[in-house]
Design a binder for this molecule. Structure first.
Ligand code: 5GP
Length: 206
């Protein structure tokens, strides 16, 4: 069925739950889904490319964008600023693409108020021990960064009740399958289908 507009999916997880890998795999393997590239004041990690993983900006530039209302949501996460461009998501949705926001729980809270018909998905790691291992294994982050992220993880997980779906990322394949199922289900939901198209094609008197 033809669609007028894409859907918005807000995906949150504690750092280390594998959300970024999952979202990247989703966009690579499933048609008509795009990740919204956020702006951040964080320094790029090795292997990260500007305008692919994030658009990396200085704090004064970020503040100017806040002032101009360019972010649909923004938040300070682990000591850095992150924000979602209103224009970027609008353009993709207008083109009929489903848009994935990989954002933290504070950003999700703002999206719940601004775009309540978004779909909210929370990703959990298989256990707290696995989360700790994954964070320690990321050599690019300092001990201080890891400590701060672990401390924040508990507060983030407490938010799971405010999401529509919960996925436990035990194996990437199974988690991806669950995420794709959610996207398919949302595409055919009665509140999201193109009712004009149905009326025109099936219900209009000749
Ligand atoms: P990282 O620095 O590890 O890439 O991301 C840290 C956290 O910031 C993650 O939880 C990620 O989802 C979140 N994040 C990334 N982009 C945005 C954004 O545009 N807005 C908000 N609120 N959080 C974001």
């Amino acid at each position: 069925m033809r669609r007028n507009r894409g859907n918005l999916f807000v995906i949150s997880a504690p750092s280390g739950a594998g959300k970024t890998t999952l979202c990247a795999m989703l966009c690579e393997t499933f048609p008509n889904v795009r990740h919204s590239v956020s702006y951040t004041t964080r320094a790029p990690r090795p292997g990260e490319t500007n305008d692919v993983h994030y658009t990396f900006v200085y704090a004064d530039e970020f503040r100017t964008m806040i002032g101009k209302g360019e972010f649909i949501e923004w938040a300070e996460v682990h000591g850095n600023f992150y924000g979602t461009s209103r224009k970027r998501i609008e353009e993709m949705m207008h083109a009929g693409l489903d848009v994935i926001l990989d954002i933290d729980v504070q950003g999700a809270k703002q999206m719940r108020e601004k775009v309540p018909d978004s779909t909210f998905v929370f990703i959990l790691p298989p256990s707290m021990d696995v989360l700790r291992e994954r964070l320690t294994g990321r050599m690019s982050d300092s001990d201080e960064v890891i400590r701060r992220r672990l401390k924040n993880a508990g507060d983030e997980i407490r938010e799971y009740k405010n999401y529509n779906y919960v996925i436990v990322n035990d194996t990437l394949e199974a988690a991806l399958k669950e995420l794709i199922s959610i996207i398919i289900a949302e595409r055919v939901k009665i509140s999201k289908v193109d009712r004009d198209w149905i009326e025109r094609n099936f219900l209009k008197e000749e």
